[in-house]
Design a protein around this ligand. Structure first.
Ligand code: MG
Ligand code: MG
Length: 576
């Protein structure tokens, strides 16, 4: 099927939007009237530009407040038909009337749409009538369809928009009754569930399919079953996308359609994290890892990186780095080539790597924030020369539980869709918490032992702030591990007494052992979480150690503000 994107999805001027859509591989666009009006390009120049870029102009939109009026404005319609002819745009979107002058009379609406369609037909054009969720008298797609049926003109069909339909929770049953050839256009958008005025929800919070909470895939299946064969077209109004790089947004958009159409190789089975790579600038991180019981396995054969190991946990330190930060995460894949092929099918960029003779052929792709994501088989570890150094005893941490990555403000939804689709992870509900420097949004993506948590400031800020990253290690006994680490001199984050007072008040538990060691606690009906944090490594990284009891599946989000405030308080104090 053709894939299209509305120009309103992308930032920039019209020519920049067209460039971005074309580069991302779209076949066509919906041209938003405002984008044309604001452009110095004439309609025929826009047509030529689109043709040069391999884009068709599939829809001209929107034509507002036309039907069911005392005096329908055919003069305005004819002027727009002139524009469409110059553009080579075959179909005009008429959205349901929101004017206070509109009359609640389906027969009148049908008659006027019939006349509009006749005039369009005379020029070889078509009209697609769409119910806006906030239309004055027509706000449901089945109502718009009844009017189209009543108008009964071959050049008049309906436009189905997943947001307008799913946001209202309308039954999808009527879709089955619409002949596919009378669906003239299909617009797709997802959105998070929000309790707010539907117009504001639509204008600011739409997102690409797979980034929100609506069942867009189920909706599309339903529409395709009618025989609809027009474009799958994205129409997303989103405050963040409007100011993001249009080329990146267009790739994100295309990725959402690839996922939606499930045009992908099966994901290879992943078995947790193979390693995490930190860029570092000093020996302090090595000292910290040793204190946490890690053994120095050895240096890489050809690169300035060192491997540290503890149980199933492997941390690679890259001394090309500056302030400590996570630069790569690696998943253990049953079929690294298949994982890489899937990533590339999802338009992930390959990270070019130098590879020495005899070294493992590791494929890495770049996540939206630049973090490299590696797919590893079992042999990557042979690239490191063994030192024979043993690890510390008595610090019982076991594996990497999750990796939390702060995202650039504009990359949060894009990164979510990236990790979700490339690693085939399931998203959790988004959480929000109040950190000292502002509200933070957080969402986890997980499958088996691969868990990635993304954090982002809820609002962009010009204030200088450090967005932290952390790597969480699991253990079977958080209190014993905290005690062992403390004895070995690992600097742990100090937790305020007020936190424990509140915990006692809320949960009636004995907090003495938690207080003593700076261990935080959470409880859900499924189980319990005990967790604690190391001090920062100087840059933006710290470690977490956690013990999941029972079926606890979360990440201790309730405790995140406490942790963030403690970190904001300056240098985390060693517990002594
Ligand atoms: Mg629409
Ligand atoms: Mg965590």
């Amino acid at each position: 099927m053709k894939r299209s994107i509305a120009t309103v999805c992308l930032s920039g001027t019209l020519d920049e939007k067209l460039d971005a859509a074309s580069s991302a591989g779209f076949d066509g666009i919906e041209l938003f009237e405002a984008d044309l009006i604001n452009s110095p390009l004439s309609p025929s120049q826009v047509r030529g530009l689109a043709e040069d870029l391999g884009l068709s102009i599939d829809l001209y939109q929107p034509f507002r407040d036309f039907e069911a009026m005392p005096e329908p404005d055919f003069r305005r319609a004819e002027a727009k038909f002139d524009v469409m002819e110059a553009l080579g745009a075959p179909t005009m979107l008429v959205c349901s009337n929101v004017s206070p002058h509109a009359i609640d009379d389906d027969a009148l609406a049908a008659a006027q749409l019939h006349e509009l369609a006749s005039r369009a037909h005379a020029r070889g054009l078509k009209i697609a009538y769409e119910a806006l969720a906030w239309g004055r008298h027509v706000s449901e797609y089945d109502h718009a369809w009844r009017i189209v049926e009543q108008a009964d003109h071959p050049a008049l069909g309906t436009c189905l928009d997943s947001f307008h339909i799913l946001s209202r929770g309308t039954s999808l049953d009527t879709i089955d009754a619409i002949p596919g050839e009378k669906i003239f256009f299909l617009q797709l958008a997802d959105a998070p569930y929000l309790r707010m005025d539907v117009l504001q929800w639509s204008r600011h919070y739409r997102c690409f399919p797979g980034q929100g909470a609506l069942d867009v895939a189920g909706f599309v299946q339903r529409v395709l079953a009618t025989g609809y064969s027009g474009p799958l077209s994205l129409e997303v109004f989103n405050d963040v996308f409007r100011q993001a790089d249009p080329c990146r947004t267009a790739v994100d958009a295309m990725r959402s359609l690839i996922v939606l159409q499930d045009a992908l190789p099966e994901p290879a089975k992943l078995d947790g994290f193979a390693f995490v790579e930190l860029a570092v600038d000093s020996p302090e991180t090595e000292d910290l890892l040793r204190a946490m019981g890690f053994a120095h396995v050895g240096p890489h054969r050809t690169k300035p990186v060192q491997l540290f190991e503890h149980g199933d946990i492997r941390v690679v330190l890259n001394h090309e780095g500056s302030d400590p930060e996570v630069v790569a995460i690696a998943v253990a894949s049953a079929d690294p080539d298949a994982s890489a092929a899937r990533a590339e099918a999802l338009l992930a960029h390959r990270v070019e790597r130098r590879r020495g003779t005899g070294e493992a052929d590791l494929t890495a792709v770049a996540a939206p924030d630049g973090t490299a994501v590696f797919f590893c088989g079992p042999d990557w570890i042979n690239d490191f020369l063994p030192t024979g150094e043993g690890g510390g005893e008595g610090v019982p941490i076991e594996r990497i539980d999750h990796i939390t990555l702060a995202q650039p403000f504009e990359a949060f939804d894009e990164a979510g869709l990236f990790y979700r689709s490339v690693l085939d992870l399931q998203p959790s509900d988004a959480a929000e918490f109040a950190a000292p420097d502002g509200l933070v949004r957080s969402r986890a993506y997980a499958s088996g032992d691969v868990r990635v948590v993304l954090n982002v400031p809820a609002l962009a800020s010009t204030r200088d702030r450090t967005e932290l990253q952390h790597v969480a290690f699991s253990c079977a006994d958080a209190l014993a591990t905290a005690r062992a680490m403390r004895e070995r001199g690992v600097p742990l984050l100090a937790v305020p007494e007020n936190y424990y007072d509140d915990l006692e008040a809320r949960l009636e538990i004995d907090t003495a052992p938690l207080r003593e060691l700076g261990v935080l606690y959470d409880r859900t009906p499924e189980g319990e979480l005990l967790h604690f944090y190391t001090a920062r490594l100087g840059g933006r990284v710290f470690f977490e150690v956690l013990e999941r009891r029972g079926g606890y599946r979360g990440y201790g989000a309730l405790n995140s503000p406490v942790r963030m405030a403690a970190q904001r308080g300056g240098v985390a104090e060693p517990v002594t």
